[in-house]
Design a protein around this ligand. Sequence first.
Ligand code: GSH
Length: 203
Amino acid sequence: MILYYQTHSPFARKALVFAHEVGIADRLKVIHHETSPTLRNASVYAENPLGKVPVLLRPDGEPIFDSDVICDFLDTLHDGPKLIPERGEARWQALRLQAVAQGLAQTGIGLRWETERRPELLRYEPLADGFREKIEATYDWLEASLDDDALNIGHVALATALSWMAFRDLPSFRGRTRLTRWFDAFEKRPSMLATPLSGETHD
Ligand SMILES: N[C@@H](CCC(=O)N[C@@H](CS)C(=O)NCC(=O)O)C(=O)O
C-alpha cells in the first residue's frame, strides 16, 4: 500500500503512527507530497478531490481518505488489540478524543493562516483570537478529562496534534501538567520516534 504523506502534517503522521502502533507500518510505502490550498498538487488531487493528504492507495481497492478513515481501515488489517474499540462506551470515548484532537489540529492550522500564512493586510485579528480561545479551552478540557491510562485512536490523534502544535510554535499546552506528562511519555514511543516532523509549508 502507498501512503501519500507530508512530513509536516499532523494528520498524515497520525495515520503513520497508527500503522506503527498496530504493527503494519512495514506494509506502507510512504511518499511525501507538498500540497496546500494555494499550491495545487495534481497527484494528490487525482486521488482525493479535496487535494489533501493523507491518502491511502490500496492494491485492491479505491484510494481512501481522510486520516480517520485510513486508521479505521488499518485497524482491520491486524489481529492485535484494536485501537478503535468496536463497541460500548470505550468506542465513544475513543472517537470523541479523536474528534477533539482533529479539531485542535485544524484550529491550529486556522490560527497559522491568521498569524503567518495569509498576507498581513488580509489577516483578521478577532478570528485569530477566536482560534486561540478554542485551543486554550481544548487544553483545559484535555487536562481535566484525558484518560491517560488507555491507548486508542484518540491518543494517537492527540499526540500527533500536540506535537505539531509545538513544532509550529502555536499556543503551548505545557502549562497543563497532567497533559504534559502524558504527552512527554507518549512522544518517546517508537511510533513517534520513527515519524519526526520536518519541513516547511509551501504556499
Ligand atoms: N481531515 C483531514 C485533514 C487533512 C489535511 O488537512 N491535510 C493537510 C496537511 S496537514 C493538507 O493536505 N492540506 C492541503 C490543502 O488543504 O489543500 C484528515 O484528517 O486527514
